[in-house]
Design a protein around this ligand. Sequence first.
Ligand code: PPS
Ligand code: MG
Ligand code: MG
Ligand code: MG
Length: 375
Amino acid sequence: MEVESLAREMETAVRVVHLASSLCVKVQEKLRLPSSINGNGNGGHVKSKDDDSPVTVADWGVQAIVSWVLAEVFGTQNLSIVAEEDTDSLSKAESLALLGAVSNAVNEALSEATKYGLTKPDEPLGSDDILKAIGRCNSTGGPKGRHWVLDPVDGTLGFVRGDQYAVALALIEDGKVLLGVLGCPNYPVKKEGLSNGCNQSGAGSVSKGCVMYAKRGSGQAWMQPLLPNGYPESATLLKASTVDDPVLATVCEPVERANSNHLFTAGLANSMGVRKQPMRVYSMVKYAAIACGDAEVFMKFAQSSYKEKIWDHAAGVVIVEEAGGVVTDAGGRKLNFSKGVYLEGLDRGIIACSNTVLHDKIIGAVYASWESSSL
Ligand SMILES: Nc1ncnc2c1ncn2[C@@H]1O[C@H](COP(=O)(O)OS(=O)(=O)O)[C@@H](OP(=O)(O)O)[C@H]1O
Ligand SMILES: [Mg+2]
Ligand SMILES: [Mg+2]
Ligand SMILES: [Mg+2]
């Protein structure tokens, strides 16, 4: 597959992530209103899934929008979308209000589609259209063919807490991630950085929100500002940090102890001479921080019974790699996106680094620390 032939896929993916991010911004604002404190006021709605993780109007709304736009642009015939959410709880009789809130959020966002260079529906989508769009994303991926991979809201916990989260869309073909797009609506972006790369030093005002994207093999990763009202004119090249001394490195990791072993990563960082406190941040924003030079390392060591899903990593991996970084499991092997929904065969954990020198040091430190750890 030639990289050039992905122009339409990339353009559609970037534009729909902008549109989807605008939906998230609005829903998160509603959630933060005092009357939404129980999660149900003003159309915010937070539900618990079977594993007790949260899901919101934004998760379903983004999945519906991305699915609807991809179907409009590429047709439904060979469209394969692997995504996190399903319609099980949304289609229950008692979920009418919830479905109505999703419907409102989706139609409000889609009414602005032309501002993002996308086609809007002739008339507002009905509940059935929305359930169909969400339900269509039930592919399980695999080793052959093209599959879109979507995490509509990654870091939903961060999202409901008014903190960081990401909209993550990737395209894999024959098990390889061809392109990735990350919408990071709350990510702080240095303004001077937007013209010269966001790792530029010096004090300056900070604006909020960006979309990052990269195409496999291009050697380039890009960032656009997230504008409140439409598609931006400009994009800036991203460059991962060249810092290879652990003493100077910023290490990021998941916020929740349940999602990554903080004790192990603290011991590992200590053994390498890392001095800075870990940057704990929700979602794939951790990959974004590496890609734009705000951090050097992202480590995640989940419990051994937990299987990582492809939508939690695909977009972030290609963006970090094209920005100059490297992502592997703790054994130093590339992540395998060809086995379906899960990253099968993952060796212990995930290590994303801004450069190979630092990455080699961390892999070495994992080997040294593992035996003495309690994992
Ligand atoms: N037990 C366990 N261990 C490891 N990972 C898990 C686990 N449970 C869930 N998940 C997945 O973690 C995704 C959120 O990752 P984060 O890095 O944002 O974690 S944290 O909230 O900052 O702790 C989260 O993504 P979202 O559901 O999209 O938010 C999950 O896919
Ligand atoms: Mg996720
Ligand atoms: Mg999610
Ligand atoms: Mg989730």
